[in-house]
Design a protein around this ligand. Structure first.
Ligand code: SAH
Length: 219
């Protein structure tokens, strides 16, 4: 089993990564600090570990990827996490984004669709000693039994905004979701102004693995 060791070399590479994503436009010091705090190499398979501090997505098994650090920072910044926020993530994957939300003070609920990945990440987070609520299944229906949420983040590319997710947001809540085709997506930030009204902001140029399930892509 991989030793969870965070050396000066890793820390130095992490500082350089934070400078890189700052230069790309991330402004939130809290988000940048969270990226600086969390050893991204812990979330990598041994064979790829030397790449952990490149600003790129990498395979994590089951055909899935750990998101690019810039993208993790971008989505986290849009969510404006406050301490104590109840946050739902669709697409646990490696658990990296979920841990960033945890460091930002959120109570994290996260759902993963791939059974093997769910089990692997559950074991790993236990070993790290990070506590959050992990669920296995299709996240496109949200988590009605734990709703409403202050914030919801989707970390796979969706064909449409699943209605259930908007309905499980508190008034004033924020949903951040990449929407587009299977290869390229626009980041959509939805703020729920009232039970009926939402506002939308859009940011182009993202590439996620597909969101599957009921309101996702088929197969
Ligand atoms: N947030 C992750 C990124 C993982 S990639 C990280 O930090 O590592 C996106 C993940 O979404 C994949 O693990 C994929 O299996 C998962 N996924 C795809 N469709 C899903 C669905 N309908 N419900 C829950 N998870 C889903």
């Amino acid at each position: 089993m991989l030793k969870l060791e965070d050396t000066y070399l890793h820390q130095g590479k992490r500082r350089a990564l934070v400078q890189e994503i700052r230069a790309k436009g991330i402004k939130s010091e809290r988000v940048l600090d969270a990226i600086l705090t969390l050893p991204r190499h812990f979330f990598f398979d041994t064979a790829l570990i030397s790449h952990a501090y490149e600003d790129k997505a990498f395979p994590i098994g089951e055909g899935q990827t750990i998101s690019q650090p810039y993208t993790v920072a971008f989505q986290s910044e849009l969510l404006q996490i406050k301490s104590g926020d109840r946050v739902l993530e669709i697409g646990t994957g490696s658990g990296y984004q979920a841990c960033i939300l945890h460091i930002l003070g959120a109570e994290v609920f996260t759902i993963e669709y791939q059974k093997n990945l769910f089990e692997k990440t559950q074991r790993f987070l236990k070993r790290l000693g990070i506590e959050m609520h992990l669920f296995y299944g299709d996240g496109t229906g949200g988590l009605p039994q734990h709703a409403p949420f202050d914030k919801i983040i989707v970390t796979a590319g969706a064909p449409v905004v699943p209605e259930a997710l908007v309905s499980q947001l508190k008034i004033g809540g924020i949903l951040v979701i990449p929407v587009g085709d299977r290869k390229r997506q626009t980041m959509v930030k939805i703020t729920k102004k009232s039970a009926k009204d939402v506002t939308k902001e859009e940011y182009e140029g993202f590439a996620f693995v597909p969101l599957l399930g009921k309101d996702g892509w088929k197969g």
